[in-house]
Design a protein around this ligand. Sequence first.
Ligand SMILES: [Zn+2]
Length: 259
Amino acid sequence: MEIKGKNTSFLLDLLNIFLEILIKYSYNNKKCPLSLPLTDSGKGGYSMEERTFKITSKNSNVPLKIAHGHFATNHSHVNYYIDMTTLKTRQSEAEAAAKALVPHYIANTVVDTIVCLDGTQVIGAYLAQELNHSGFMSINAHQTIYVVTPEYDANGQMIFRDNIQPMIRGKHVLILMASVTTGITVRKSAECIQYYGGIAAGVSSIFSAVDEVEGMRVNAIFTGDDVPGYETYTSHECPMCRQGQKVDALVNSYGYSKL
Ligand SMILES: [Zn+2]
């Protein structure tokens, strides 16, 4: 029995090594092998989990999980789902992400408040700590950085309640996001911060498909260049839709829902 168990585990190891080589080979050739229709495992396709593979940022050791397919977001259709779940929830990964974001800022940047979107509060707290350690200035009376998250009204409009508004009004506000695809959310957030009397000090994101939004630079750990063949389309210009390729899942900052 023991020998049989060892053999099975050896075969599994071999299979894993083979899969890894296949994924690496395809990644190097800017193609993903897992571009088959998303189905449940064992039904002739690959499940979301099976088609997910990991890339690492160039200048730091931040891992990012990506899955190839046809996905619909609020504002666009994309050919990759970028899974930020563990980056946002695993302490060590959130800290590594914050550390990777800090070098994007020069030390005379003033940051009073970090507004965390897309569930990035854990990264936001570490980012505040890293900015403090690196000697960044804040003009807050308490010489520290506020980390806040906005509320959304029934129309999806970002709002700040009266108790949070003093952390925005007259403050240098850094917008922290998980993913920037079209820039629409960045623009809306900056407008909202200005509406409440804040000064948008910059945008940080784990992943961004764009370099800047309306003159504001988006500092990202991962860009479109890091994700092989990453494409974003408006829903009516999506070539995958035109080819009749079924949308695999709806995605937003909370995650994905298979269709
Ligand atoms: Zn589409």
